[in-house]
Ligand binder design. Structure first.
Ligand code: IFM
Length: 448
């Protein structure tokens, strides 16, 4: 009999363990109860845009099945649930007329979560812009910033008495560059200059929304969620170092620097001018006072981490472990990223607002989903986060992406990130082994 005890990684009392979703990825009911069309409805209905022709029309049918989904959250013992609000459900035309049925839907959800002791973390914008605003020019148009502030005001006036954790935007880099430069996401533009302009408008809209949220939601915590990575040169060559610096500037610093009072990084402005992202070196859309708006003090930084960005090809030809998204499994990158954020930017508090892995393991003959790779992925990343906390990183919570298998944007339903399996034909849900394991982590507040 062995007497060696396994190592236990204990998290601080009150650590917030949660799971996350987003409106378009789970709700379905795309045209019900007065909801307006979003750019993702339009994009997914356009042939050729989404893998397998999938759409979010039904998704996980969460709009109708949310009581069952909250019961599943209870079963897992979640302390918090991060979800997003569909802007066109609230303001079908983007501004003006409010759709009461939309507000009521989220209001009921929030009430139920609070009743069962799950803290709601609400993201205001997780990519489903009202199509009506896109028709007027979308995020490249400054008027969308004003509309976003109006939307924020409506939502936070209605839910701000009960919701006390607000995230203004999810992953502005993805919105700006995947949506407007690469064109793989709605609205599907391929215009680098527009992408940079969008990044600025998203940041300004964040800064303008912060005081509005504070006004409407007394004592609330407000923050923004960025997709951040750990950029690393694959070899000790100037080329790989240069590429790693560029990736870090493009994905991380372009957003972190202005948010933390440093304006846009000079090296990236120069690079963007060279690459034609800032034609003629002119950023006439940056108005006087914008940087003061963007640096509105926040209470936390939301971090979405999935993988590192390795610049160049590893010399020794080692094969890297990857999830089904093709993303490398690299928990050390989370450790390094968290330390770096603390060292370079010192956010008051950090929440990991997303981390998780896509593996398509489904039910075995006995109905059980043995997704051991997801469990291993999460375990390693939880341990990396724990290690960073020992260095003083103010990490206060961790949201697994995702509660449910769901609509993975351009990749459709083929990619499954859930702790809970969803059968898209029957809408049956099955808690996966990783979910049962997560339940234990939460209950013990420790990882073994
Ligand atoms: O599904 C997405 C989510 O909407 C935003 N962050 C990354 C996830 C996985 O790709």
């Amino acid at each position: 009999m062995t007497t060696t005890s396994e190592k236990v990684y204990r998290f601080p009392e009150g650590f917030i363990w949660g799971a996350a979703t987003a409106s378009y990825q789970i709700e379905g009911a795309w045209n019900e109860d007065g909801k307006g069309e979003s750019i993702w409805d339009r994009f997914s209905h356009t042939p050729g845009k989404i893998n397998n022709g999938d759409t979010g029309d039904v998704a996980c049918d969460h709009y109708h099945r949310w009581p069952e989904d909250v019961a599943l959250m209870q079963e897992l013992g979640l302390k918090a649930y991060r979800f997003s609000i569909s802007w066109p459900r609230i303001l079908p035309a983007g501004r003006g007329q409010v759709n009461q049925a939309g507000l009521d839907f989220y209001s009921r959800l929030v009430d139920r979560l609070l009743e069962v002791g799950i803290t709601p973390f609400v993201t205001l914008y997780h990519w489903d812009l009202p199509q009506a605003l896109m028709d007027e020019g979308g995020w490249p148009n400054r008027a969308t910033v004003e509309a976003y502030v109006e939307y924020t005001d409506v939502v936070t006036r209605h839910l701000g008495d009960r919701v006390k954790h607000w995230i203004t935007h999810n992953e502005p880099w993805v919105v700006a560059f995947i949506g407007h430069q690469l064109g793989d996401h709605a609205p599907g533009w391929q215009d680098s200059a527009a992408a940079v302009r969008v990044s600025h408008h998203l940041l300004v809209s964040h800064g303008m929304a912060v005081p509005v949220i504070r006004q409407n939601s007394a004592g609330a915590e407000v923050g923004i969620t960025l997709n951040l990575t750990f950029a690393q040169p694959a070899t000790d060559t100037p080329k790989d170092y240069h590429t790693a610096r560029w990736i870090d500037g493009h994905i991380n610093r372009w957003f972190l620097d202005p948010l933390f009072g440093r304006r846009y990084p000079a090296d990236m402005v120069a690079d963007y001018i060279d690459k034609g992202f800032i034609p003629n070196g002119e950023m006439d859309y940056v108005l006087p006072g914008d940087f003061d708006i963007i640096t509105a003090p926040t209470d936390f930084l939301g971090v979405n981490y999935y993988t590192r960005a390795l610049a160049g090809t590893p010399k020794n030809g080692e094969t890297l472990e990857r999830t089904e998204m093709g993303w490398e499994v690299y928990p050390e990158g989370l450790y390094r990223l968290l330390n770096r954020l603390h060292f370079d930017y010192m956010p008051a508090k950090i929440y990991i607002t997303e981390n998780g892995a896509s593996y398509s393991d489904g039910p075995d003959a006995d109905g059980r989903v043995r997704d051991t790779r997801r469990q291993a992925y999460l375990r390693q990343h939880f341990m990396a986060a724990h290690r960073a906390m020992q260095n003083g990183v103010p990490l206060a919570g961790y949201f697994v992406w995702s509660l449910l298998d769901n609509f993975e944007w351009a990749r459709g339903y083929a990619q499954r990130f859930g702790l809970i399996w969803v059968d898209y034909n029957t809408q049956q849900r099955i808690i996966k082994d990783s979910g049962w394991w997560y339940k234990e982590v939460i209950a013990r507040n420790e990882v073994r």
